[in-house]
Design a protein around this ligand. Structure first.
Ligand code: NAP
Ligand code: GFB
Length: 332
């Protein structure tokens, strides 16, 4: 009998340690960064990782969502899948951003609950906070007023994740949570100039200007301010949130307020990384979008006072090198 109980105890220990983590949006900028950090640092004992692309399931479709959850039976989910884009794509497609992300988020969270997923870590963004606000912005301010007009569709859809999480906690005691990254950049980004974010857009445009001997056109005045987080740093923070963070309330994952840079400063870092010698022109006929969305990472620092971010110029150089080396396969 003692042997039986010993085997049973060992099995239960093993059972409690088993984590089958399914990453929705696993083929994107953030998903690829998480995959790479796991390859470099190794998964923990008892962790099994599954990275989904939209080919595995269109998560806007409830039946396809249910099928992929039934297939993999995850115990944990990192929910990255979303319709994502820079300022100009958001300004063109607010309705699509609203509907696509509402469908995806409701399907994923409801299905996770149905198959008894223990924990879901979803994604908000620092661009969803109220446009008229005091600074620095913190996690308590998400619903304190309307977001910037340029991306209200995406912003409201993302805010509903926080509403979902609170409602699942109230009704089913589900401890589903969310992180709030600031602007992310890195390898495997979307370098499409019309649809992508500013840094991949500037890297692609500088690369083209260099090859064609033309000027680099930075859109807007260059005055807006942004905090940028390197995707590999964000990936490490995601793993910590999945494994150690137990709150339902969301947590901002960002560099500090003191690391905020202007678009102009960011453009200069890209120019230096690619050793571009041509003219840099500011096209003020293009929108600036939100002037600033300065976020506080005080809550993160309370948990991880020692976490170090990759210095911005080093992260930009690594991203530029990746883009040049992978030009043929990069999304552009
Ligand atoms: P991304 O590079 O555009 O990747 C999006 C991922 O979602 C891809 O894997 C894509 O699959 C998948 N996807 C899109 N629509 C789908 C659908 N209908 N069904 C299934 N999968 C679908 O995005 P990202 O930059 O990694 O963003 C990841 C998360 O971080 C998102 O929730 C985003 O809102 C959030 N976030 C991003 C930033 C940023 O600056 N990038 C900042 C804050 C928050 P395919 O590859 O097959 O298309
Ligand atoms: O990353 P981005 O497109 O979006 O940055 P946001 C836009 C800022 O960069 C504006 C300037 O001030 C633009 O004028 N900019 C300069 C450029 N050159 C370029 C360029 O080549 N491409 C782009 N895209 N911008 C987004 C939200 O806001 O933040 C999204 O709309 C998302 O919903 C994202 O959450 C994280 O930082 O302004």
């Amino acid at each position: 009998r003692i042997v039986f109980f010993k085997i049973h105890w060992l099995f239960m220990q093993g059972e409690t340690r088993m984590m089958r983590v399914m990453v929705t949006g696993g083929s994107g900028l953030v998903g690829k960064a998480i995959e790479r950090v796991l390859q470099e640092e190794g998964a923990r004992e008892g962790e099994e990782w599954i990275f989904l692309t939209s080919k595995d399931a269109n998560l806007m479709d409830l039946e396809e969502t249910r099928a992929v959850f039934q297939k993999h039976r995850p115990t944990h989910v990192i929910h990255l899948a979303a319709m994502v884009g820079g300022l100009f794509k958001n300004m063109r497609q607010n309705l699509d951003f609203w509907r696509s992300n509402m469908y995806i988020n409701d399907n994923v969270l409801q299905t996770a609950h149905e198959v008894d997923v223990v924990k879901v870590v979803s994604c908000l963004s620092t661009c969803i906070f109220p446009d008229k606000t005091t600074y620095p912005i913190d996690e308590t301010m998400i619903h304190n007023g309307p977001p910037h007009d340029s991306n209200f569709g995406y912003a409201y859809a993302k805010r509903m994740i926080d509403v979902h999480n609170r409602a699942y906690f109230e009704k089913y005691d589900r401890r589903y949570t969310a992180v709030i990254p600031t602007n992310v950049f890195g390898p495997h980004d979307n370098f499409n100039i019309e649809d992508g974010h500013v840094l991949p857009g500037l890297i692609h445009k500088t690369y083209k200007a260099q090859k064609e001997g033309t000027a680099l056109h930075v859109w807007g005045s260059g005055r807006p301010l942004r905090q940028f987080i390197y995707s590999l740093d964000l990936a490490r923070l995601f793993l910590w949130v999945l494994r150690e963070y137990d709150e339902v309330d969301p947590i901002i994952l960002s560099v500090g307020e003191e690391d905020e840079v202007s678009i102009k400063e960011a453009a200069n870092v890209v120019v230096q990384a690619l050793e571009f010698k041509g003219e840099v022109v500011y096209d003020t006929s293009k929108a600036d979008g939100q002037f600033k969305k300065t976020a506080s990472n005080t809550k993160l620092r309370k948990y991880l006072p020692e976490f170090t971010f990759t210095p911005f110029p080093e992260a930009i150089k690594k991203t530029c090198d990746w883009f040049v080396d992978n030009y043929d396969i990069a999304r552009k």
